[in-house]
Design a protein around this ligand. Structure first.
Ligand SMILES: NC(=O)C1=CN([C@@H]2O[C@H](COP(=O)(O)OP(=O)(O)OC[C@H]3O[C@@H](n4cnc5c(N)ncnc54)[C@H](OP(=O)(O)O)[C@@H]3O)[C@@H](O)[C@H]2O)[C@H](O)CC1
Ligand SMILES: [K+]
Length: 503
């Protein structure tokens, strides 16, 4: 699914209005229908609803919604906010359509008025400002927003929480609605998938209002939201396939006290399709690895506790490095040698990334198409400190394009950034994954997919999606507290199956 910037959405709206053709007020009616349907699915008719409508088309949606709810026997109270001089034409037309609706309680509210008392059992729906926000919310509109934020009631925002810009909020010092639900139209906004806006957006949905598919196709973007409908196809194995068709992965992982990271990454790798897996480990962990991952072959290092011996790389088609390796000096040198001598695409995580951040020359030596999987702190160590994820994504795009690397910025809505700067936000996963070991599993999954023949970008996008899907499936049996990285590995089979069934 594409994510567009506000001016692009306005263009797509305009083209739909002209070419479908459909009157703009009827497009607004479709939007209001979707809002109404969302409410009907979530709240019974005895839930009273208080609606705030601003001066633009966001307010127009709110007014139209009040009418549809009333038609469907909900009890709706509508507050028309007096902001600025004029209301938009479609907002005014919808206010006019309320004539004859004696059962909608409609009130005007301006900056001379006291704020109304809203009983705690009401759902608040707010359509104060939408994508037409031109500046941070200040003065009286900001007071209304702060007033709503102080109430205990659940709040649903129309299109976007009022006061939030659709993309870049770095300069936004105004008031912003803290919504429990945000119901947007056709596409999510970039702001929804950025961590700095977590407090405002709540649970969001993007519902179709029938914008023209051809226009959507023809409009290009750098931002995408990956649902199961947008995934690369899973490969099917042929009858005479043998292990040699699915690559031989080398995994450099684990050190004294961190063998678990190697076990998790290795298990995830062999459960993600790799034909053969060799794990390069220090001597002490020989019997642990042999018994925990009997499917893998072992390359035993000459040292006891850490990885520091040069690899003979001929047999390997892909190389993964980082989980649990530590940052000792001899290890750093071995990683340097590994990177210098590898032509195959690499998957680099954790301490491998920390070492690169202290030896920046390694960045230029990485094989093109390699995949880096930093969490925000590791990424900031690699580049510079970022206060906003919006900015971090932009830096990651520059890095991916310049170095021809794939950057997987981990977190809620993990961003997979392609060598051409395209950003694919992931849609699966849950907060129970925020635990040690989850990242090691992801490294293993991506390595397994890469080994079995997927292009690096497909391996990264699929890997991130399946990792989150497996955790979502595991959470059906576990709790946010109890879910562990091993549960993710144990649900990989079901996760791959659930994706294949839909393709
Ligand atoms: N395809 C779709 O997504 C559809 C969306 N719809 C809805 O339309 C809105 C966008 O409507 P628009 O009229 O362009 O903009 P807004 O309603 O968000 O607001 C514009 C008015 O608000 C004033 N404004 C803006 N910022 C401020 C501020 N900080 N303080 C005070 N006033 C502000 C602005 O006044 P200006 O002085 O800035 O001109 C306007 O009066 C979208 O979000 C959807 O909800 C359609 O209904 C269907 C298609
Ligand atoms: K809004």
């Amino acid at each position: 699914m594409k994510i567009f910037k506000s001016p692009q959405i306005r263009e797509i709206d305009k083209t739909t209005i002209e070419q479908e053709p459909v009157l703009s007020i009827n497009l607004m009616e479709r939007a209001a229908w979707q809002l109404h349907k969302f409410i009907e699915e979530k709240f019974s008719k005895d839930k009273p609803i208080t609606i705030f409508a601003g001066p633009g088309n966001n307010g127009g949606d709110a007014v139209a919604l009040a009418r549809l709810l009333t038609d469907n026997n909900y009890n709706a109270n509508l507050w028309l906010l007096k902001i600025g001089k004029d209301r938009s034409a479609d907002c005014q037309a919808n206010i006019k359509r309320l004539e004859g609706y004696s059962n909608i309680q409609t009130h005007e509210l301006s900056d001379n008025d006291k704020f109304p008392e809203i009983p705690a059992n009401h759902l608040i729906v707010e359509g104060i400002f939408g994508s037409g926000l031109t500046r941070p919310a200040e003065g009286w509109p900001a007071e209304v927003i702060e007033f709503i934020n102080t109430l205990p009631n659940p709040v649903m925002s129309i299109d976007i929480p009022s006061g939030l810009f659709s993309e870049d909020n770095r300069q936004n010092n105004g008031a912003i609605i803290k919504a429990d639900y945000t119901v947007s139209f056709e596409f999510p906004k970039l702001a929804f998938v950025l961590s700095e806006n977590e407090l405002y957006v709540g649970e969001w949905q993007a519902l179709s209002i029938g914008l023209l598919p051809k226009t959507i196709n023809d409009t290009s973007t750098k931002y995408y939201y990956t649902t199961e409908n947008d995934l690369p196809l899973l490969k099917n194995r042929t009858k005479f396939a043998h292990k040699g068709h699915f690559g031989h992965a080398l995994l450099v992982a684990g050190s004294f006290g961190k063998t678990g990271a190697a076990v998790l990454a290795a298990k995830a790798c062999i459960r993600s399709g790799s034909g053969l897996l060799s794990i390069h480990i220090p001597q002490f962990s020989y019997s642990i690895m042999q018994s925990c991952v009997p499917e893998a072959m072992l390359v035993i290092d000459e040292t006891e506790q850490i990885y520091c011996q040069k690899d003979h790389l001929e047999p390997f088609t892909v190389v993964g490095a980082g989980p649990g390796i530590g940052q000792k000096k001899s290890m750093r040198e071995a990683l340097h040698t590994l990177i210098t001598n590898t032509d195959a695409p690499m998957v680099l995580d954790a301490d491998a990334l920390n070492i690169i951040s202290q030896n920046h020359e390694l960045m230029d030596l990485l094989p093109k198409g390699s995949i880096l999987t930093p969490h925000p702190k590791e990424f900031d160590r690699l580049t510079k400190k970022h206060e906003f994820h919006y900015e971090r994504i932009e830096t990651a795009r520059e890095m991916a394009e310049k170095q021809k690397l794939i950057v997987v910025l981990k977190g809620a809505n993990t961003a997979v950034i392609d060598v051409n700067g395209d950003v694919h936000f992931n849609s699966t996963g849950n907060p129970a994954m925020a635990k040690g070991g989850s990242g090691d599993v992801l490294t293993g999954i991506i390595l397994g997919l890469l080994s079995s023949g997927y292009d690096p970008i497909d391996a990264a996008r699929l890997g991130v999606f399946v990792h989150g899907r497996a955790a979502d499936l595991a959470l059906q049996k576990e709790s946010e507290e109890s879910l562990i990285a091993t549960d993710i590995i144990n649900h990989l089979g079901l996760a791959y199956k659930s994706i294949r069934e839909l393709q």
